[in-house]
Design a protein around this ligand. Structure first.
Ligand code: PRX
Length: 683
């Protein structure tokens, strides 16, 4: 791949924005932004001033008052809601702010343009250090409106689904907000996913359009994106247009469906009346892995999601007006949705869009960025910290990090070594470090230490305390509630909260089965947790067949489905095993048809390519072991526990194997593993 070329987007944004007329005074054109701000309600006058502990108590005992006043005061409504919530966790009927109408893009843009149009909304930290682009709230509103008008002029209407296949950039944010403005539903697909994975998501959501870039730029490399989209849309008859942004100067072959995004946007008006959306209309779908082979389209709606993202953003990170908020996640994941885009923008923050990698051009990249952009909150994944702490601390210390006030960790358990390094080396021991636990389905942070709670101690490497409105319960093996402290069980949340997913797109039954049926009356997270003697929560990991590779969630069944497509492979089993930097990596046990035994090396290479092409490169198993058969119970269920013991070299302690159909299979697999290790050790 070629090294990164000079890019055009900066030029485009500047040209585009310099052509924009002066901002209109608020209220000159009809639309939501012309409405007067709501009168101050209970939230600002009394609720928000309560100490945290009391706020939490109120949120649990009187959720209607807590969330109702927060929604009135923090969001701008076109029509007020008449009921705070109507939820039944046994059927999955979850509605918040009933009857209310609002527009999310107005809450993220117009309201701030009225008060501080020239505040920087986005700092696009591009791959090449020192080439950042700043976009003000006024500029972002205008760019969003031009993009919204572009979508509208190509027939995209309220309720239509639009796939966004782009790395993080101002145009990716504008594409999300443009959908929100016109009432279309965006589904951002991480730009590292393969064409098949993209196609599967477009088909499931029946997207009418795709917004993409010609290429991405990351770690000094140019990554082709348009060819991936071209291959995907060939099997997606619902797609009528592909809007292509030019991230680089390299020429792009344009086909019948393709629309040059910047070119068309320039001729569109910079004003677009916002659609009045019902609180419970869909805002976005985000596909995530579950325990079956098919990713689920998690559905988030308008008001509840936005309110929850903004409240958590403010309280968990102690965000203060004027702070520069640096979340280094990609917009392709929920962290990017809630803490790069919606939470910070709803709060009028300056939010950083980080396009690069933690080690480009060197391992000081994050901290050089902190110094240059004067970042106040830094939110990242443990996997990057584990990678960085292996380098000399000088890579951190040489940069000025005095702007930092809060550090945050997300996506996977943070080990003690990474926590202490982040806290003491990066934060010089003076910044609260919050381990935040949440999920795509929860919409926002659910368990975190909450540094704004003055004086509350933070226990290292622990998510600790539930956020407002979150009531964690731990369940035992028989479905009983575990009371008291010092207990471990299945982590459930027993009260609905406004940010929670409403359903799985097109499959409400799957939503109910996966989250609400396992422990009736509660939302089951799929994670296990321990409640310490002090009553704090420690996440102990997934209880299902979902693994977490470098903070990316993967279903082992998805990988198995991809492997099983190979004609030489009748059966596979994939498990996750610990990895020093990535957290976990997939380990695949593969059964080959007898006639292919001699070709195993070739086949394994084909299997790697198959997984990369069906899912993504990060899903390719780090380890493969060819076995004659898999350990199964008499009812035919694969006993993954045994495979895990073998792969982690703890086979001395296999536990009960009496339910195996043929226990001799264990010896066979151990021998295959030992043989494999011997070959690996050969020079
Ligand atoms: O297992 C938990 C783990 O990541 C899962 C959610 O993954 P995803 O939906 O991709 O969202 C990631 C970003 C929020 C959870 O079920 N996880 C997330 N945060 C933590 C965590 N595990 C331990 N500690 C955390 N702080």
């Amino acid at each position: 791949m070629a090294a990164a070329q000079t890019t055009r987007t900066t030029g485009f944004l500047r040209t585009l924005l310099s052509r924009c007329p002066a901002p209109r005074p608020p209220g000159r054109h009809r639309g939501l932004s012309s409405l007067p701000p709501p009168p101050p309600g209970a939230w600002s006058s009394d609720v928000s001033r309560l100490p945290h502990r009391e706020l939490y108590r109120l949120s649990i005992h009187n959720p209607d008052r807590f969330w109702g006043s927060a929604a009135v005061d923090r969001l701008r409504w076109v029509e007020p809601f008449h009921r705070v919530r109507d939820c039944d966790l046994s059927t999955g009927r979850i509605s918040w702010f009933l009857g209310g109408k609002l527009n999310v893009s107005v809450n993220c843009l117009d309201v701030h343009v009225e008060t501080h149009p020239d505040r920087v909304a986005l700092i696009w930290e591009r791959d090449e250090p020192g080439t950042e682009v700043k976009v003000t709230y006024r500029e972002l509103l205008e760019t969003t409106c031009r993009l919204a008008n572009t979508l509208k002029s190509h027939g995209i209407q309220k309720g239509d689904r639009v796939a966004v296949y782009m790395p993080v950039s101002p145009l990716a944010v504008a594409a999300m907000l443009a959908c929100a403005r016109i009432g279309a539903v965006h589904t951002v697909v991480f730009a590292g996913f393969s064409s098949e994975a993209l196609a599967g998501r477009i088909q499931d959501a029946q997207c009418k359009a795709v917004v993409t870039c010609n290429e991405g730029v990351r770690g000094g490399r140019v990554i082709p994106l348009k060819p991936t989209v071209d291959a995907a849309v060939r099997s997606c008859p619902t797609v009528q247009h592909v809007f292509v942004s030019q991230r680089t100067d390299n020429p792009t072959v344009m086909g019948d469906l393709d629309v040059p995004l910047e070119e068309v946007m320039t001729s569109q008006p910079p004003v677009c009346p916002p659609e009045a959306m019902d609180s419970e209309d869909l805002l976005f779908l985000l596909y995530t892995s579950g325990s079956t082979g098919k990713p689920k389209g998690v559905v988030h709606t308008q008001a509840g999601y936005l309110l929850y993202a903004s409240l958590t953003h403010q309280y968990v990170f102690d965000y203060r007006d004027g702070d520069v908020f640096g979340c280094v996640a990609d917009v392709g994941w929920i962290t990017g949705h809630s803490y790069v885009v919606y939470g910070p923008l709803c709060n009028g923050a300056t939010t950083v869009l980080f396009e690069s990698t933690p080690v480009y051009p060197d391992p000081g990249r994050y901290w050089e960025t902190v110094q240059r952009l004067r970042i106040n909150q830094f939110y990242g994944a443990p996997t990057a910290l584990r990678l960085l702490l292996k380098y000399d601390d000088g890579w951190v210390k040489k940069y000025d990090r005095s702007s930092l006030k809060t550090l945050g960790s997300v996506g996977e358990p943070i080990n003690h070594e990474a926590w202490y390094w982040f806290h003491s080396v990066v934060g010089d021991g003076r910044c609260p470090l919050v381990d935040t636990w949440w999920q795509t389905e929860t919409g926002g942070i659910c368990i975190a230490p909450r540094p704004a709670d003055e004086g509350a101690p933070i226990v290292p490497a622990m998510a600790m305390r539930p956020f407002f409105g979150i009531q964690p319960v731990l369940m035992g093996e028989k479905g009983e509630r575990l009371s008291g402290n010092g207990v471990s069980g299945a982590l459930c949340l027993s009260q609905p909260w406004p940010g929670m997913a409403r359903t799985i797109y097109g499959d409400h039954q799957r939503f109910v089965e996966a989250y609400l049926k396992p422990f009736p009356g509660c939302y089951f997270t799929g994670d296990g947790a321990h409640r310490s003697e002090d009553g704090y929560y420690q996440i102990t990991g997934r209880m299902d067949d979902v693994i977490n590779v470098s903070g990316h969630r993967l279903g082992t069944a998805e990988i198995e489905d991809a492997l099983d497509e190979h004609p030489a492979v009748p059966e596979t089993a994939v498990i996750g095993i610990p990895h020093g930097i990535k957290g976990e990596v997939p380990f695949a046990f593969v059964v080959l048809k007898e006639e292919f035994d001699d070709d195993s090396l070739v086949i394994l290479q084909q299997l790697r390519e198959l997984v990369a092409s069906k899912i993504a490169k990060y899903a390719v198993p780090d380890h493969f072991l060819v076995v004659k058969r898999l350990p199964k119970t008499r009812s035919g269920k694969i006993m993954r526990r045994i495979l895990k013991n073998v792969a982690m070299e703890t086979a001395d302690d296999l536990g009960d194997v009496s339910t195996l159909d043929d226990p001799s299979v264990v010896k066979e697999i151990i021998e295959a593993y030992e043989q494999h290790r011997k070959q690996e050790d050969k020079p």
